[in-house]
Design a protein around this ligand. Structure first.
Ligand code: SAM
Length: 286
């Protein structure tokens, strides 16, 4: 996936802000893990001193909302997302969190222009795999006691949908066997499995917390499964040689068939990891 191609996939998926919100609700409702991952991520951290905060790939400010009551009363959170439509929603999230909000749609590389050792806290939920190349700059901009808190997916995230998509596309001559789907390429860039090694070049101390989770769709939940799939489909189907429309229809039919045949639950892997990184090294570990 080239950089431009990658950016257009991001836009294809996340431009529909309302669908993104609905999908977040579907994930919440169908998760086996009833703990809020943001609470798990922030548990035990003293953030009361944090005033200058950056949320990367902020979307509608999901992670920022969880800062309520935990950070300095004069905290300012800068939300960074390439989709400018998230601005009002992010600012609303800041209001709910009781912090001052600023939004920029310049993209995560904006951190390259930030002053070194100037930021107290960087938060990043489910987006670091879009821009792992800026990790050195995250380390550079953090103060000595500054923190990076990131939630990321495991490599097998949505594996069941990936396999279903590959089976259908291959069976219909729409995908060569060796071709990886965009979601596989994306997650291979930064995941629970590879994250520690990448981060340990730039942070002296890294804590990991495993967040074990599965999405369960019961018989009768087919509508929600298809909604979830429809939101994610640009990341699943755009390796298809033929038109996306026909690939989408074929996969929907396949999922419907799988779902009705089984008469039991359809499950989707959704294990995540939280990385809490401190003691920035300000240069690659040698
Ligand atoms: C999976 S969503 C996560 C959104 C939010 N953090 C959450 O947990 O709900 C990934 C977000 O990263 C944003 N994104 C992708 N590439 C980006 C980039 N290069 N710079 C800034 N944001 C980016 C997308 O627009 C999207 O809102």
């Amino acid at each position: 996936m080239s950089e431009d191609n990658g950016k257009s996939k991001v836009a294809d998926v996340f431009i529909d802000v309302e669908a993104h919100r609905l999908t977040a609700d579907i994930v919440k409702k169908h998760s086996t893990n009833r703990n809020d991952i943001r609470e798990v991520a922030l548990k035990g951290l003293n953030l009361e001193w944090c005033r200058n905060i950056v949320e990367l790939g902020c979307g509608f400010g999901f992670f920022t909302k969880a800062l309520k009551g935990k950070v300095h009363p004069e905290a300012v959170v800068t939300g960074v997302d390439i989709i400018s439509d998230y601005k009002p929603l992010f600012l609303e999230a800041c209001k709910k969190a009781g912090v001052k909000g600023v939004f920029t749609s310049s993209g995560a590389s904006v951190v390259k222009g930030l002053e070194e050792k100037s930021v107290d806290l960087v938060i990043c939920s489910y987006s670091l795999y879009f821009f792992p190349e800026i990790i050195p700059d995250i380390s550079r901009i953090l103060k000595k006691d500054g923190l990076l808190v990131a939630t990321v997916h495991n490599k097998e995230n949505m594996g069941e949908l990936v396999h279903a998509a590959k089976d259908v596309l291959a069976a219909n001559g729409m995908l060569q066997e060796s071709v990886k789907l965009p979601i596989e390429i994306l997650i291979s860039r930064f995941s629970s499995e590879t994250g520690y090694e990448t981060l340990s070049d730039w942070f002296q101390d890294i804590q990991t917390k495993n967040y074990v989770n599965t999405l369960i769709f019961k018989p009768g939940d087919l509508y929600f499964l298809l909604e979830y799939f429809s939101f994610k489909q640009p990341l699943l189907l755009s390796g298809a040689r033929a038109g996306l429309g026909s690939a989408l229809n074929l996969l929907k039919i396949h999922l419907e068939k799988l779902f009705t045949q089984r008469r039991d639950n359809f499950t989707i892997s959704k294990d995540d990891t939280v990385f809490v990184c401190s003691k920035p090294l300000y240069g690659r570990r040698t």
